[in-house]
Write a protein that binds this ligand. Structure first.
Ligand SMILES: Cc1ncc(COP(=O)(O)O)c(C=O)c1O
Length: 446
């Protein structure tokens, strides 16, 4: 595809955009501008192709430029551009939610639509608190997250989030949240292929948190089955089941944040299937629309939905005072339905599973290269820890990120961790190319 012929942006032209989670000064001195995308590749404003090693931001699971999705969005924009989300419905919202309810296991069969992963998390946390009130347990107000967990950028999400830098500007109360320990301990589980054998006992800290607060005070626990943003932290074998068991014992809701792990990233539709652990709620976004339109969802088990509807109030009462103007937006629904068709027709989740062993061997081939202190993987995701440059945390990985982009590969870095999560359509030769380039860059890195 030929990139648009607009002239490069001037420095002045970059100024107004306050870019999210971006080093604005560094970026605006050295802008990286993408103008087109197709399949596994982005196109830069200078025409150079960039192999997408991160599915955009973990969302373009079926690869870029999917015509069927673009056409579905365009057709929907002509047919029904917008429909009020409150007290009104349109056919695609019902079709999509029914389809999602079918895809999720067990009685995860009611779906609340949002516009992002962050909104999905806020929604799930609010459902948890309101659910316990409906059950007559108003005392359940404690929400538990996990160290190194990322649950989006909104207040609820950062209050249970475990990335300190995302909290510190926003007031001391956020620091007081209860967090489970993270599960990444290279001294016990370095260079694990798939789920590490050590660490399931770390789930037991939940018992201590329950004990600390006492009685019926903990409302919900939220974890990413595989922590994505903090660098692909794979749960130890048995860990998620152990969390489930403790939640059951104390009637705590277990929320799986599957914003990243949903839609095939681990080689199955959802992580809850992969690990065979049933959460009470699942949060989704990203791959739901293949990244082509903003959309998120919270899928809840039937008893949660029933608790809201089973009420003595008149039928005209709104059962859950929550929602967004763009919940179930027609264009996003069209994109999501088209994306789900592609996943199904091309059997992309199974494809991810088939190529995962090749991926595993390829990423672990980086073991032994300079600065590499750990590598881990699951499905089509991998995290690579680098030793930081003394007194310059994150500098080594960021330098490699910049060099990779110059050389035609998009990776993602958090601190001194490189995260990789390519579209599920990646071919073996593209995996080889990623690893060859990373090998070169790691050898050259300061
Ligand atoms: C696990 C998880 N939850 C929530 C979010 C927030 O999603 P969004 O950026 O769409 O608000 C993310 C984003 O990376 C995520 O990885």
């Amino acid at each position: 595809m030929t990139p648009p012929s607009d002239p490069p942006l001037s420095k002045d032209g970059l100024e107004a955009y306050w870019m999210p989670f971006t080093a604005n000064r560094q970026y605006k001195d050295n802008p990286r501008v993408l103008v087109a995308a197709e399949g596994m590749y982005y196109t830069r404003d200078d025409g150079k192709r960039i192999l997408d090693g991160t599915s955009g931001l973990w969302c373009v699971n079926a690869g870029h430029g999917r015509t069927a999705i673009a056409e579905a969005i365009a057709a929907q924009a002509k047919q029904l551009d917008y429909s009020p989300a409150f007290q009104m419905g349109h056919p695609l919202a019902f079709k999509l939610t029914a389809q999602l309810a079918d895809m999720l296991p067990g009685d995860l069969d009611h779906v609340f639509l949002t516009n992002s992963g962050s909104e999905s998390v806020e929604t799930a946390l609010k459902i948890a608190l309101a659910f316990h009130r409906r059950q007559g347990e108003e005392s359940r107000l404690v929400l538990v997250g996990r160290e190194r967990g990322y649950y989006g950028a909104n207040f609820g999400g950062i209050s249970v989030g475990g990335i300190a830098a995302n909290k510190e500007d926003f007031g001391p109360s956020l620091k007081e949240g209860d967090l489970l320990p993270h599960t990444h301990h290279p001294d016990h589980n370095a260079f694990s292929k798939g789920a590490p054998g050590w660490g399931s006992h770390l789930a037991d800290v939940l018992e201590k948190i329950v004990e600390k607060h006492g009685g019926k005070t903990v409302a919900a626990v939220i974890v990413e089955p595989v922590a994505g943003s903090a660098g692909v932290l794979v749960p130890p074998k048995g860990y998620l089941q152990r969390l489930r068991d403790i939640c059951d014992r104390h009637e705590i809701l277990l929320i799986f944040d599957e914003v990243i792990t949903g839609f095939g990233r681990l080689g199955s539709a959802f992580a809850c299937e992969k690990f065979d652990v049933m959460p009470d709620m699942v949060t989704l976004a990203k791959g739901l629309t293949n990244g082509a339109a903003p959309m998120g969802a919270v899928v809840v088990r039937s008893y949660i939905y029933d608790a809201f509807l089973r009420t003595d109030t008149p039928g005209t009462t709104i059962e859950f005072a929550h929602g967004y103007t763009y919940s179930g937006h027609p264009l996003a629904c069209a994109a999501a339905l088209a994306a789900q068709d592609i996943y199904r027709d091309e059997d992309l989740f199974a494809r991810a599973s088939e190529i995962a062993p090749y991926w595993e061997e390829a990423v672990h081939s980086l073991k032994g290269l300079p600065h590499v202190t750990d590598i881990r993987n699951m499905g089509l995701a991998a995290g690579i820890d680098l030793e930081p440059i003394p007194d310059k945390p994150a500098a080594r990985a960021f330098e490699i990120y910049l060099r990779a982009f110059e050389e035609g590969l998009l990776i993602r870095t958090t601190g001194d961790i490189i995260s990789l999560s390519p579209p599920l359509i990646i071919e073996r030769h593209e995996i080889d190319r990623m690893m060859e380039l990373l090998t070169t860059l790691l050898k050259q890195a300061a």
